[in-house]
Design a binder for this molecule. Structure first.
Ligand code: SDX
Length: 431
């Protein structure tokens, strides 16, 4: 394997170092490119550019591989739960019994939202987009916990364990409170029960009376959150790292990640998938017309829940969620016509050369909405669920940035394409 790369520019030869990751990923180290050649590298959207070294998640898009700290997602989905996987992603190892208990205790101790923070909710219209509420209320955690949000890496890392547990727990509770607020229902305080059961309790208690999650419901929400826990340098995680690189505190950086996740090309896709499936159902289409429109190109016609910036094979999470979908609906005795439409779309697209040639497969968002709908979660809350699930990944990435002694503020360059130098024109000469 090459250890250097040779670059010939303007009749000069340059030698650039090559980096190799623990899974054999190779990179040309261009950190000195501009200083040595006067050239920058150009990669719109950074699809071919590594912004960092990270030990958290490994993705192999060509082979549909996803591992957290070396553990395959299939094994974690089968054997673990959201709390344990969150610990693994943040701290790098599966917790022993004492560590698991201490982490769970912290999550439960910091589950509630204090009255002064509760007052913030009243400042929003009842029909505000839930992600707009979530990003701003999470940002206020920095205002309500300034001792954990000093914007000094050394001080904030000293309090990291508390801030991390508080963030994961309160993002979950804020999500449930947004649902209650928007439905005119009273807030339900957290109980001393497991993380996911507590979420469902704070969302639905009247419906389930003295709520105790049925095992299959608890397993479904655990699996859903676990499968969203981290995903390498996706748009929102890279945003958290970029904001954190300025020494902004954890809560502020998480709020930025929530903003990035809200876009329909990223975390908003699960919502867009459900709207797509519902409109196909309402038009009594079997998906044929929709696929024809999707093949016509254009970002507005896309088959939502299909395609991925990295996977050129099945998103392994989609396979797991697709199976969990069947299990949950069967156990709950729900016959959701949208599942049949999704299966039809998947089968049709996987035989269609347009999708095959572009290596477009179902991604994590294609089936997740059907499970959430089966659990009674409204469509406009789907991306909030994604954010609750992704919080451990964001937190682990923020910690890598904060703890990196050689870390630098993210400051990409550009190729300028605007007007060249020109002189100021007085108003009278502007035509
Ligand atoms: C997530 O990064 C992550 O890891 C993200 C995520 C995570 O866990 O954090 O996995 C979560 O964001 C999953 C993706 C959710 N988004 C969607 O499902 C929205 C629909 N998908 C697309 O918009 C698209 O596939 C993206 C945005 C996901 C990826 O876009 P790329 O890699 O930039 O692909 P592209 O836009 O360059 O498209 C390549 C070609 C184009 O056609 P041509 O110009 O070559 O003719 O594929 C076509 C696109 O038009 N295409 C699609 C399509 N996705 C791409 N055509 C129809 N339907 C689609 N879904």
């Amino acid at each position: 394997m090459a250890t250097t790369a040779q670059l010939k520019l303007d009749d000069k030869e340059y030698v650039l170092p090559v980096m190799v990751g623990t899974e054999g990923e190779k990179a040309i180290d261009t950190r000195k490119l501009r200083a040595e050649t006067g050239y920058i590298a150009y990669d719109q959207g950074y699809g071919n550019t590594g912004s960092c070294e990270s030990a958290i998640t490994y993705l192999d898009g060509d082979n549909g591989i996803l591992r957290h700290r070396g553990y395959p997602i299939e094994q974690l989905a089968q054997n673990s739960n959201f709390g344990e996987t969150a610990y693994l992603i943040i701290y790098g190892e599966l917790p022993n019994a004492a560590q698991r208990k201490a982490f769970g205790d912290l999550l439960r101790q910091h589950a509630a939202i204090e009255p002064q923070m509760q007052a913030i909710f009243q400042g929003y219209p009842k029909d505000a987009p839930p992600m707009a509420m979530l990003s701003s209320i999470v940002a206020s955690l920095a205002a309500h916990n300034p001792h954990l949000a000093t914007n000094d890496f050394e001080k904030d890392l000293k309090n990291f364990d508390l801030a991390a547990a508080m963030a994961i727990s309160k993002i979950r509770t804020i999500g449930a409170m947004i649902y209650r607020y928007q439905h005119g229902l009273p807030y339900i305080p957290p109980k001393d029960i497991p993380f996911c059961d507590n979420f469902l309790h704070m969302m639905f208690s009247e419906v389930y009376k003295d709520y105790v999650a049925a095992p299959e419901i608890s397993k479904a929400i655990n699996t859903l959150l676990l499968l969203h826990a981290d995903h390498e340098q996706n748009c929102s995680t890279s945003t958290v790292r970029m904001v954190g690189s300025s020494a902004a505190n954890l809560f502020t950086s998480l709020s930025a990640g929530i903003c990035a996740l809200s876009g329909p090309l990223h975390g908003g896709a699960n919502t867009a998938v459900m709207h797509m499936l519902q409109s196909i159902h309402d038009e009594h289409d079997d998906g044929t017309r929709f696929i024809a429109a999707a093949k016509s190109g254009g970002k507005s016609n896309r088959l939502m829940g299909f395609g991925h910036p990295v996977y050129r094979n099945f998103d392994p999470r989609a396979k797991i969620i697709g199976k969990a979908c069947e299990d949950v609906l069967n156990k709950l005795g729900i016959n959701d016509p949208l599942l049949a439409i999704a299966r039809n779309l998947e089968q049709a697209a996987l035989k269609d050369d347009y999708f095959i040639s572009r290596k477009l497969y179902p991604n994590v968002d294609f089936y997740s909405g059907i499970i959430m709908r089966a659990l009674g979660i409204p469509v406009n809350m789907f991306t909030v669920i994604f954010a609750i699930g992704r919080s451990p990944g964001w937190i682990a990435n923020w910690r890598e940035v904060a703890a990196n002694p050689k870390g630098r503020i993210y400051r990409p360059r550009q190729i300028y394409s605007g007007p060249v130098k020109r002189d100021y024109l007085p108003m009278a000469q502007r035509g």
